[in-house]
Design a protein around this ligand. Structure first.
Ligand code: KG4
Ligand code: ZN
Length: 353
């Protein structure tokens, strides 16, 4: 079973080809991030336009990388939500057209669910991507940490899962990006905050951890605001100082310590809840997906506190990619999940788990 997966929910035009849900045959990507960086965030119109230009070349490149032709492909999977409307439209319309032209079954993929599915890849024909040693086993606890989502999901089996909890406001990646902006780092700054945090003192400043009524829910908005207030105070100003003025006023030492204190509380927030879920549900595996799964502080915190070892996906498979879409597509096809209608499949920008 060979599935070609198309991902275009945000700024990455990405295609993956996966065999039997465990073997990566191709993973190609073209990002329009450079075009957005100067605006400090993704501009939906620019992203959509870039997808139009990139998508067919990226599909062709994936087939070439896998040394396959359309005759070898058993089905097409495509992200239909969640994401930016215009970006999703390009991927979905391309997949619909390809499914009709090449007469292939079409599978509609939930982006958030797909982030976790890269954990099933245990073989790779793509030299720069290292597969996991073993597939996770059920029941499994899924931790999704990305720029748009922060969720805990309990899977009893494929397609049989419950959402235990999620962020009530900002996603963890969004909080990282906002803190990055406050210290003058370009968008998306999560990785830079993480690098700075390694050089700072985690105990330099006391930042608050949100208390929520939902046992497995998160919140990152208060933490982000606490970083802003702390920074304003450190430079001797009040809450009226715009955050855009902070990068020039904060010292490098202060920036490093802010990052370290923030990264510590942000990762603890996730780990506290993951720990509770492990105690309550005793999963056989814990898996993690999404851009922030690459984060050093979160990985360290999980290793220190969770009594269950976590095998991580390759860094290149943490952020948005086509392999995750193709992998989930394989499991759908292998389990006889319903196919999407290539003449009517619509996008679902606010789809959730
Ligand atoms: O999964 P992803 O590529 O896109 C979404 O589905 O949102 O996640 C992107 C997010 C961004 O907020 C980015 O800053 C963050 O992941 N990110 C990181 C790291 N690498 C990417 N945040 C913290 N530490 C990192 N190493
Ligand atoms: Zn994503």
């Amino acid at each position: 079973m060979i599935i070609l997966g198309i991902e275009s929910s945000c700024d990455e035009t990405a295609v993956g080809i996966v065999r039997d849900g465990n073997e990566l045959l191709a993973n190609t990507v073209l990002s329009s991030m450079d075009l957005h960086a100067k605006y400090g965030g993704v501009i939906p119109e620019i992203a959509a336009r870039s997808h139009i230009e990139a998508i067919i070349p990226v599909v062709d490149q994936a087939l070439e990388q896998a040394q396959l032709t359309w005759d070898d492909i058993d089905g097409i999977a495509v992200t239909y939500g969640a994401g930016l409307l215009g970006s999703l439209l390009i991927g979905v319309l391309t997949a619909r057209t390809l499914a009709i032209v090449h007469d292939k079954p079409l599978y509609a993929i939930n982006h958030v669910e797909a982030h976790l599915y890269v954990n099933f890849i245990t073989k790779s024909q793509v030299p720069e991507i290292k597969p996991r040693e073993a597939q996770p086993t059920f029941p499994m606890l899924g931790i999704i940490v990305s720029g748009g989502h922060s969720q805990l999901v309990l899977f009893q089996d494929h397609f049989d899962y419950v959402l235990l909890g999620q962020t009530q406001d900002d996603a963890i990646g969004e909080a990282y990006d906002k803190v990055a902006k406050m210290i003058g780092m370009p968008y998306p700054g999560g990785i830079n905050v993480s690098i700075m945090a390694e050089k700072g003192d985690v105990n330099a400043y006391k930042l608050p951890k949100a208390r929520l009524t939902g046992k497995y829910d998160f919140s990152f908005s208060g933490l982000k605001t606490a970083v802003l207030r702390l920074s304003q105070q450190l430079v001797g100003k009040d809450h009226t100082l715009p955050s855009g003025a902070l990068p020039e006023l904060l010292s490098d030492d202060q920036k490093r310590d802010i990052c370290a204190s923030f990264a510590q509380v942000a990762s603890e927030t996730i780990v506290d809840k993951a720990l509770l879920a492990v105690e309550e549900f005793q999963p056989a595996s814990v898996i993690i997906g999404g851009g922030v799964a690459a984060n050093t502080q979160l990985r360290r915190n999980l290793a220190e506190r969770l009594n269950i070892p976590i095998e991580y996906p390759d860094m290149k498979l943490c952020g948005d990619n086509g392999a995750m879409v193709a992998t989930l597509g394989c499991f759908k096809a292998m389990n006889g999940a319903p196919q999407a209608d290539p003449y009517t499949l619509e996008v679902a920008p606010s789809l959730s788990m």
